[in-house]
Design a protein around this ligand. Structure first.
Ligand SMILES: [Zn+2]
Length: 115
């Protein structure tokens, strides 16, 4: 690898870490706003965080659970989403989006948990 390539790769990695940092701070802000009842502002912060992730090609990580899989909007447990734990067939978490009424199931067996 030439010096230029190494430099480019390093710069990209730095940009991505900065993007992740920005996403984390935006999502923390969204959590705070949503818990205070300001769901509209929280939605704006969360959608900006998602946009940054898309532009930079980074994953949302644990924050992906705070977005509806169907309508892609920000969901907060207790306000715009309902979260239940069920153990019929297999143990899973049920996240119900109150906006589009979509149900998202997350398995919580040992081999399916990825963090
Ligand atoms: Zn939805």
């Amino acid at each position: 690898m030439s010096k230029k390539q190494r430099y480019k790769r390093k710069a990209l990695r730095l940009r991505k870490t900065l993007a992740i940092e920005h996403i984390n701070s935006l999502m923390n802000q969204a959590m705070l706003l949503a818990s205070q009842g300001n769901i509209r502002l929280a939605e704006r912060a969360a959608s900006l965080a998602r946009k940054i992730a898309r532009w930079m090609g980074v994953r949302m990580g644990k924050w992906r659970y705070f977005f509806c899989r169907h309508c892609k909007s920000f969901i907060f447990p207790g306000i715009t989403a309902r979260v239940r734990i069920r153990s019929n067939r297999f143990t899973h978490i049920v996240i119900y989006c109150k906006k589009c009424r979509n149900i998202n199931r997350i398995r919580i067996t040992k081999q399916h948990t990825r963090y």
